[in-house]
Design a protein around this ligand. Structure first.
Ligand code: PMP
Ligand code: GLU
Length: 394
């Protein structure tokens, strides 16, 4: 029956993050003592004032269709908040609400590329960039961000990709999975290369709230505001507000681009739930709520980084943003006759040690494991104990 499937559909791989967390949930439901550090989602509840806003939206009867991009008060709220956060004038016509950041990314990519076009993807990359490129019949051009370079892109490789005619570059700072967050100088160097090229930039800033350094989040628009003519910023409420399941994302892009994305969305999902739009208006007015959540991640990072550093045969990049540890396990694997790669290691950890983590292969970076520290202290302590015992057996 798979003969019926298009080549495009056959090329799309399942989301490794969702596949793993689904498996972990199934094992847990069967009574296995699973610890799940696979999925990147805050373990904390959505802040109460935001939940109350959702109740209010239901009571007020926001049940019907809305304009595709979202109701005007929502677009105005996005414009107000991101004019301040990005430091460039954002008009409501440059904004739209999407089913999570993921839909915004897909629409941004779909509206600036045609089948066969090249898209630059920085590696290690988040799982969905490559598969979205496959879904759109694009040719991914991989730009390495070596660990020796603190997961910053090889600028010569990026320049070569741009010279080779890539249509779009996808950037993700703070990065999932590495936790790298570029500073102003690094961002400016990158932005300049894009400005000198004929490419557009899709800047995935979904982790904009979760940055640990004193400089805070750096958007390419902070350092090169002139990029706004061809930059689509993708963000949303999933991470900073602990609202992953609500599916509320935003894009901020020039009007020409936004209009095309609205046309596309008008034929696919139409718009995000009317009640979620009302809820998002409240959340956008309460950025103070984010700080409490970020403080929790800040504290956890301080706890888990030293714990991870004691694991035998591994090394760790200290995450500058987001909530992942990207553990280098190459030495551990090289010293073990039982393990061929990090995929096998992750499978073994799940089956034998009941610990779900994502292998680096999912991000184009074999030899690594990604551990989400968006979990409770108790779960994290136990997870590190299991890792310690497991690695000692290899
Ligand atoms: N970009 C990155 C880098 C992510 O990690 C995620 C994870 N959720 C997304 C985009 C998509 O976010 P959302 O859940 O809002 O679709
Ligand atoms: N982005 C999160 C992760 O990488 C959630 C899963 C997903 O959206 O793929 O784990």
């Amino acid at each position: 029956m798979t003969d019926f499937l298009s080549r495009r559909a056959q090329a799309i791989q399942p989301s490794a993050t969702f596949a793993l967390s689904t498996k972990a949930k199934e094992l847990k439901a069967r009574g296995e003592p699973i610890l799940d550090l696979s999925l990147g989602e805050p373990d904390l509840p959505t802040p109460a004032p935001v939940v109350e806003a959702a109740h209010r939206a239901l009571d007020e009867g926001h049940f019907g269709y809305t304009p595709t991009a979202g109701v005007m008060p929502l677009r105005e709220a996005i414009a107000r908040v991101y004019t301040e956060r990005l430091g460039v004038e954002v008009d409501p016509s440059m904004t739209m609400a999407t089913q999570g950041g993921k839909q915004a990314l897909y629409q941004a990519l779909a509206t600036v590329t045609d089948a066969g076009d090249k898209v630059a993807i920085l590696q290690p990359y988040w799982v969905s960039y490559l598969e979205q490129a496959h879904a759109l019949d694009l040719e991914p051009v991989i730009v390495p961000c070596p660990a020796e370079n603190r997961f910053r892109p090889d600028l010569d490789a990026l320049k070569a990709a741009l010279d080779d005619g890539v249509k779009a570059v996808i950037l993700n700072s703070p990065s999932n999975p590495t936790g790298a967050a570029y500073d102003r100088e690094e961002m400016a160097r990158l932005a300049d290369l894009i400005l000198q090229s004929g490419a557009v930039l899709i800047s995935d800033e979904i982790y904009e709230d979760i940055v640990y350094g004193p400089e805070g989040h750096v958007s390419p628009l902070h350092v090169r505001p002139e990029l706004r003519e061809r930059c689509c910023v993708v963000t949303g409420l999933s991470k900073g507000f602990a609202m992953t399941g609500w599916r509320i994302g935003f894009s901020i892009a020039p009007t020409w681009w936004t209009q095309a994305m609205i046309r596309l969305q008008g034929h696919t999902t139409s718009h995000i739930a009317a009640t979620c739009q009302q809820t998002a208006i409240t959340a956008l007015g309460r950025r103070d709520l984010v700080e409490g959540l970020v403080e929790v991640f800040r504290r956890r990072r301080k706890r888990v980084v030293p714990q991870a550093r004691t694991l035998p045969g591994t090394s760790l990049f200290d995450p500058e943003g987001a909530f992942y540890l990207f553990l280098d396990v190459k030495e551990l694997i090289a010293g073990s006759s039982a393990m061929d790669d990090s995929k096998a290691l992750a499978e073994w950890l799940l089956e034998r040690h009941h610990l779900a983590v994502v292998p680096g292969e999912a991000f184009g970076a074999s030899g690594h494991l990604r551990l989400s520290f968006a979990a409770s202290d108790a779960v994290l302590d136990e997870a590190f104990q299991r890792l310690d015992e497991a690695f000692a057996q290899l």
